[in-house]
Design a protein around this ligand. Structure first.
Ligand code: SF4
Ligand code: SF4
Length: 344
């Protein structure tokens, strides 16, 4: 267990930057966002949530896969990437990075762009003392103080941050940043303060609805029985929910070229967009907005859960609930689906 006085945080981050490419929460005109930190820039650990998730640390919105000139092409030097550390990531967002891995690291295909960053990444989490009202992460197998998948968990104690080192990567980060252990005589008091903060934070989270398995109902029953047009009422297919979601992984690959020269990019895309499912023939199997809505929720709540046995593809961050212009709440959709009965 380490301790950092907040006045020493900037110095610790500067030391860490000698070894790591750092990313962290930063205040912008539109609220907080999670991004790479400039040399000497300190993460703003007083934030509550970021509008867009930190998934860009492993899955950038625009990722150059190669540059080409005629028939010659060059890829990035993935083996030469510096170690990265995401400092101040919320536990639910750290879990989301692990859920993304199910898609990018399969027995059939391993995405070298995602994996080289993921394996190089140290996750320094920040517990959430006062969870956002839309946050229902405790219903999704994580929570405001969850340590799973993190290398270190920081807890805000007011004037200082206490840090629990969870893995060898966390240990290496603490060494690089020059973080010092908590004096032995203060350990018990700090541990009991952390336990109190954790209990208080978890108790403050009262999700109005259950969120769990849809196992009893088959995929086809959900697909055909649910009144998807009514559930999707109001959805304008704006794509906001998918772009802010930490677990959405849709992408598209496009070449941007001038003459014979150009770059091939992997770009975030959204299954809510009509063009996403359009075939080159002109046929679109998800022509209607409600069909795309159905695909999104079936994927999050059923396809992913059944395929990987890792629960829903949702960590309960609440971003899609806060930002949906139509007020659509994934918990309401889940509740409607869980009321359906299997057709025998
Ligand atoms: S944010 Fe809301 S309105 Fe926009 S696509 Fe998602 S569910 Fe539909
Ligand atoms: S579906 Fe919504 S609540 Fe769940 S992880 Fe994505 S943005 Fe967060």
């Amino acid at each position: 267990m380490i301790i950092i006085n907040k006045t020493d945080l900037a110095g610790a981050m500067t030391r860490a930057q000698e070894t790591y490419l750092l990313s962290g929460p930063v205040e912008t005109f539109h609220g907080h966002t999670f991004r790479h930190l400039e040399p000497g820039q300190t993460p703003d650990l007083s934030y509550q949530h970021t509008l867009v998730s930190p998934k860009a640390v492993v899955f950038p919105p625009s990722d150059p896969l190669l540059t080409f000139s005629g028939n010659d092409w060059t890829g990035p030097d993935l083996a030469g990437l510096p170690p990265q550390a995401a400092v101040g990531i919320r536990p639910y967002d750290a879990k989301a990075l692990h859920l993304l891995k199910y898609n990018f690291d399969t027995p059939e295909y391993k995405d070298p762009f995602f994996l080289s960053r993921f394996e190089n990444l140290t996750l320094v989490g920040l517990a959430e003392n006062q969870p956002d009202p839309a946050n229902f992460s405790t219903s999704c197998g994580t929570g405001p103080f969850d340590e799973t998948g993190l290398d270190m968990l920081l807890v805000d104690l007011g004037d200082a941050l206490a840090g629990k080192i969870l893995t060898d990567k966390g240990e290496a980060f603490a060494r690089a940043a020059g973080l010092v252990p908590i004096p032995a005589e203060k350990k018990t008091a700090v541990a009991s303060t952390i336990a109190e903060l954790k209990t208080r934070a978890e108790k403050s989270m009262t999700s109005p609805r259950e969120f769990g398995s849809l196992d009893p109902v088959s995929t086809l029953d959900l697909y055909e029985q649910a009144d998807w047009e009514a559930l999707a009422f109001g959805c304008i297919n704006c794509n906001t929910c998918t772009f802010v979601c930490p677990t959405c992984w849709c992408f598209d690959i496009q070449d941007e070229a001038r003459g014979q020269k150009g770059v091939r990019l992997k770009l975030w895309d959204s299954c809510m967009s009509a063009l996403y499912s359009a075939h080159a023939s002109g046929h679109n199997p998800r022509q209607q907005g409600w069909q795309r809505f159905r695909n999104r929720f079936m994927h999050k709540l059923k396809y992913f859960a059944d395929k990987y046995g890792a629960g829903p593809m949702c960590v309960g961050c609440g971003r899609c609930i806060r930002l949906c212009p139509a007020g659509i709440d994934i918990r309401t959709i889940h509740q409607a689906l869980s009321r359906l009965e299997a057709v025998t």
